[in-house]
Design a protein around this ligand. Structure first.
Ligand SMILES: [Zn+2]
Length: 325
């Protein structure tokens, strides 16, 4: 800034705070200026981006609380990593994102959140849809990465009916076979049997409108399954493609950002096959970096879409810049 311009601006500044402006009686200034009750909760969160000719709407269903002890690692290491990531030591609050893909031909929802079945902190998908101007009856297809409650419960109303009355539900056959099997349910300890409830509710609500798919299958024009088994027997990612634009919805390939990006070998207790879940995460992360594919993750901070890069052995997640359109 030149001296002359700077001098003029300084004069203008002083002019604005002198004379009449300073002589206003304080009693005439409204005393409640800016005062308001605290909202006490996060605003309904909806984010949009374009992907080729598609439009992706990310909706924050809320969060679930999980104890750090689910991480299969030394508790001191976990504490150090959480602290380094500015997370409180416990409980861990995992965001729950859902992704709506508008292909121009269809509305496809990728995962549906946890409804209120996992506590009051999730289940905002219906409000998010309303904010996005979408009625549940408009959704054509719902693709489920796996049949855990924080992804599947949102497909069913509290009364047990289909939340998406006109939609078909696509779920990997390997997950359907496992989560609807009385034999598999009989094998797990009593305190884990509740994990089979989401599948029962979805089957009761959708019946024949659940159409199982094979891992790797193309599900609709521009969306195909990618085999990501490990977290569950039929855990599936979804590759979304429009023209040359791609995005991989990775479901539960990662749960706890400040721990599993720096130490991707760390698994969680609810990984069905620990070794396979670990190998799948590393393989998907490395492929995403090599091929430059952005990721969309259910449990990363909203909207959970970004690119990975490597820093030594650690992965670093760079959120995508917001698109203004
Ligand atoms: Zn999950």
């Amino acid at each position: 800034m030149s001296d002359s311009v700077s001098t003029v601006r300084r004069r203008m500044l002083f002019a604005g705070t002198s004379g009449a402006a300073l002589s206003i009686c304080p009693a005439l200034i409204p005393s409640a200026f800016g005062k308001a009750p605290m909202a006490g909760s996060q605003a309904i969160s909806v984010h949009r981006m374009k992907l080729g000719n598609f439009e992706i709407t990310t909706m924050l269903d809320g969060f679930i609380e999980v104890p750090p002890s689910v991480l299969q690692a030394d508790p001191e290491l976990v504490k150090t990593l959480l602290t380094a990531g500015d997370w409180p030591p416990a409980p861990m609050r995992l965001p729950v994102n859902t992704f709506l893909v508008n292909t121009g031909e269809k509305l496809v929802l990728l995962d549906a959140g946890g409804a209120k079945m996992l506590g009051p902190t999730a289940g905002r998908l219906p409000q998010c849809l309303a904010a996005a101007g979408i009625a549940p009856g408009q959704i054509d297809e719902v693709y489920i990465t796996h049949m855990h409650g924080d992804h599947l419960h949102g497909t069913v109303t509290p009364e047990g009916t289909a939340m998406f009355p006109n939609a078909i539900l696509r779920i990997a056959k390997a997950d359907m076979d496992y989560w609807t099997s009385p034999e598999e349910e009989a094998k797990v300890p009593e305190n884990q049997k509740a994990r089979f409830i989401p599948a029962k509710r979805a089957v009761a609500a959708y019946g024949a409108r659940i159409r199982p798919f094979s891992l790797g299958e193309e599900l609709s024009t521009g969306i195909r399954s990618v085999d990501a088994a490990g977290h569950t027997p039929g855990h599936s990612c979804f590759m979304v493609l429009s023209g040359s634009a791609r995005m991989l919805a990775i479901g539960d390939t990662i749960h706890v950002a400040p721990v599993q990006f720096p130490r991707p070998e760390i698994t969680v207790a609810f990984d069905w096959d620990q070794a396979k879940a670990r190998a799948t995460r590393l393989s998907i992360f490395d492929t995403a970096i090599k091929e430059g594919i952005p990721l969309a993750a259910v449990h990363l901070p909203f909207p959970g879409i970004g690119r990975l890069r490597k820093n030594g052995d650690a992965y670093v997640f760079d959120p995508m810049p917001w698109q203004l359109f």
